[in-house]
Design a protein around this ligand. Structure first.
Ligand code: NOJ
Length: 742
């Protein structure tokens, strides 16, 4: 749905706004001076208007106190709206901006949009992209998304999502960078840099760090559910990625829907003012999530809308996305002296600051160039970058007898509804991408392999039938090798897509069993936007590939990987559980008082009686078509002081026949601390190309920062004692060396 204005474009030109009638219109002044001058001219109502963000297009949340189209336009013209979300495209953004600058002080709107993994050219879902461990590429991918979005009149993306989550039941794990706080921080920072770049060049957009904070902890993986987290866990595990993104210069932050420490995140002064503003020095503005100010009432925290508007502003939250209460009640609250002019000015001023920073006061139509919009969208270059990104995201989980890569001359039976269904390749957050433009696995493989058959094997709802299975058996029998695409539709990914059973369906398992009986080698390709339980599928197949949801170039990337034109190098950034009962599961867990049988505890230790403790595949895991051998770990010293640097060295040999890229991972363990530490914590990694037969020395430097942790108040602490360093190809199969920190 588009914003239909039904109004003629007015003839106001850029020049009429560039004149320096008032100091705030003078580009020669500093932004601080311009904001101060403008605030001095604004009425209380106009200031409150800046805090008002309305939906102008497709709904990405429930309709709340809906405002009709005409009323919305009138509000825009009167300066009662500071921002619109979901209005995209030069034609629409120009039309509505034209109305905005008719307002008394000609204040332009800022247009926000969910550019989560691409605008028109769709990249892999962020979770998959993070499996590349390639920060440079991740930054580049975000810059392409920004280039397309900004050319379509968008000023601001609601990304990156920095929520650490250990729960594949939660549909939104697809939007994040996985379970490790350190790595998610690096990815989030790279994405901020990619989106924002040099904001002055019209090719970038403001980033929005979301959802602040700890939204990834929703209980039982159920969307919008409660969150219960201690301060120690908040500081050590959940806050680091937001902090890294803020440090990278993110212009805005979005509140979470959840409640932290008994207070909804939107009204949580500890999070928004004490931590974000005061401790981290964040200077940008804070936007609510969709209607989250108003939802403080449902949470049982605010009495009514007015109370919610008050509590949100008092906490330090600023822009009101779709609750429609700040603009309505703040002037009244000011009159009643419940809020101060300074509070209102700070919030409005920070929003205005970003508008000045984008150059919108000097040219409100800066991002409105039709020719540019056409030129940069969905280009061959953008698609090539998206294809590389997709290749780098595919995780090879199992490859018995080197069944992969496929011999291009062999006859392949491709089976699986998803392999031939464009709509299922796309999730909810696909910007303006069109699933008709996406390449299916069938299309991709056909371009590489001439002798190929296809059948569905199961239905779009993941069920199967005797007829479908019999057809699959026939095709498999007539082929040399079977590639079967199983998993869950992309449509089941993202917001409001929680699943109690994130697993392979019974229908697909029945299909795999039948295919195994044919005696043909079977390669299973899993499409899903979260790690699924693959425990039943794994023994039924010779090779297992986590193909995620890879965007526009999905099928081309999968095909290139399957035939060996690309040697897989991705490593999963989320643990693959063995069973649903293990969730939440993560590698960086604590030891417990009764960790394993090897501690001599007999029967009485922390375990399940019916399944192993270990996941099916651990964090950091992923195979290649070549193999690597890791030497023992060497440390520059077995004792170091707190100011010293510890050098860690290891040799990695490519023992296979193909050149490959390997991500060498370094973890530490601090054995005794005033706040208990995880059994392993990622602290560094290097992704390197190693030629077949070649050995490369890989070294890391560990410093104070890597060995410290946070106390419950967010103070960074370093304590003496015994540590281990672990280096390896994943979080499980590591080599270890010990040292003492004095
Ligand atoms: C709600 C989602 O939680 C948030 O991530 C998104 O940016 C907004 N809706 C706007 O669509």
């Amino acid at each position: 749905m588009k914003f239909i204005f039904g109004i003629a474009l007015c003839s106001i030109t850029v020049n009429s706004f560039a004149q320096t009638k008032f100091p705030y219109q003078n580009p020669a002044l500093t932004i601080e001076k311009r904001v101060a001058d403008l605030l001095g001219r604004m009425t209380v109502e106009e200031k409150a208007g800046q805090l008002n963000q309305l939906n102008g297009g497709a709904f990405t949340g429930p309709a709340v106190n809906n405002v009709g189209q005409n009323e919305k336009i009138k509000m825009v013209q009167s300066g009662a709206v500071g921002s619109l979300l979901n209005v995209v495209g030069v034609a629409d953004t120009r039309a509505i901006q034209t109305e905005a600058v008719k307002s008394r002080l000609h204040i332009p709107l800022i247009f926000g949009y969910d550019v989560i993994h691409g605008y028109k050219t769709i990249f892999p879902i962020p979770l998959a992209e993070a499996c590349s461990w390639d920060l440079e590429a991740i930054e580049k991918n975000s810059s392409i998304a920004a280039k397309e979005a900004s050319a379509a009149g968008v000023h601001w993306t609601f990304a990156p999502m920095c929520d650490v989550s250990n729960d594949p039941r939660w549909g939104r794990v697809m939007e994040g960078a996985g379970e490790d706080p350190y790595y998610a921080g690096l990815v989030s920072a790279a994405r901020v840099k990619g989106f924002q770049g040099n904001l002055n060049d019209n090719k970038h957009v403001l980033a929005c760090v979301k959802h602040f904070a700890a939204y990834g902890l929703v209980e039982a993986g159920r969307e919008y559910n409660q969150v219960d987290v201690s301060r120690v866990m908040l500081w050590n595990k959940y806050l680091p990625p937001y902090k890294a993104a803020v440090n990278a210069g993110a212009a805005t932050v979005m509140n979470a829907f959840s409640v932290v420490d008994g207070v909804p995140a939107s009204a949580n002064k500890y999070l928004v003012t004490d931590v974000l503003k005061n401790k981290w020095g964040f200077k940008g503005f804070v936007v609510s999530d969709w209607a989250s100010f108003g939802e403080e009432i449902n949470h049982g925290y605010a009495e009514d809308e007015k109370d919610a508007a008050l509590k949100s502003l008092q906490a330090g939250s600023m822009m009101d996305m779709e609750s429609k209460i700040s603009q309505k009640y703040l002037p009244e609250l000011l009159k009643e002296k419940k809020i101060t002019t300074q509070q209102l000015d700070e919030a409005a001023g920070k929003i205005l600051y970003q508008k000045f920073r984008l150059g919108l006061f000097d040219d409100p139509f800066k991002f409105c160039n039709e020719a540019n919009e056409k030129a940069v969208m969905f280009t061959a270059e953008n698609r090539a970058i998206a294809k590389t990104a997709a290749e780098k995201s595919i995780v090879l989980l199992k490859n018995n007898n080197n069944i992969l890569p496929l011999d291009k001359n062999k006859k392949v039976a491709l089976i699986g509804f998803y392999a031939n269904s464009k709509p299922d390749l796309f999730d909810f957050w696909i910007g303006q991408g069109n699933s008709n433009d996406a390449v299916t696995v069938y299309e991709g493989l056909k371009s590489k392999i001439s002798n190929i058959s296809f059948c569905n094997g199961y239905n779009g709802d993941n069920s199967s039938s005797e007829t479908l299975i019999n057809e699959a058996i026939q095709n498999a029998t007539a082929a040399d090798v079977v590639v079967v695409n199983i998993g869950i539709s992309g449509k089941m990914a993202g917001e409001d897509r929680s699943l109690a059973y994130p697993q392979i369906s019974d229908g697909q398992i029945a299909l795999l069993k039948a295919l195994q009986k044919t005696g043909k080698p079977v390669v299973a390709l899993v499409s899903s936007a979260r790690p699924l339980i693959l425990t039943l599928a794994e023994p039924l197949v010779d090779a297992l590939v986590q193909g995620w949801i890879l965007g526009t170039e999905h099928g081309n990337a999968v095909a290139s990987m399957l035939v060996g034109d690309y040697n897989p190098s991705a490593k999963t950034v989320m643990t693959f559980p063995y069973a649903i009962g293990q969730i939440p599961i993560y590698y960086n867990h604590f030891n417990t008082g009764r960790p394993t049988t090897t501690d001599g505890l007999g029967n009485w230790y922390s375990r399940y009686r019916d399944i192993p403790n270990e996941p099916l595949y651990p964090f950091g895991y992923g195979l290649s078509y070549t193999s690597y051998d890791y030497s023992e770990v060497k440390l520059s010293s077995s004792t170091i002081t707190k100011s010293a640097t510890l050098k860690v060295t290891i040799n990695v040999k490519n023992t296979g026949l193909m050149d490959g890229e390997e991500t060498v991972q370094l973890y530490i363990r601090d054995y005794a601390a005033s706040v208990i530490r995880p059994v392993k914590e990622l602290k560094a990694f290097k992704k390197i190309m190693i030629k077949a037969g070649e050995t490369k020395e890989v070294s890391f430097s560990l410093t104070k920062d890597d060995l410290s942790f946070y106390d419950a108040d967010g103070n960074s602490i370093i304590e003496s004692g015994k540590f281990s360093v672990f280096v390896g190809p994943n979080s499980r199969d590591t080599k270890k060396a010990d040292f003492i920190l004095n």
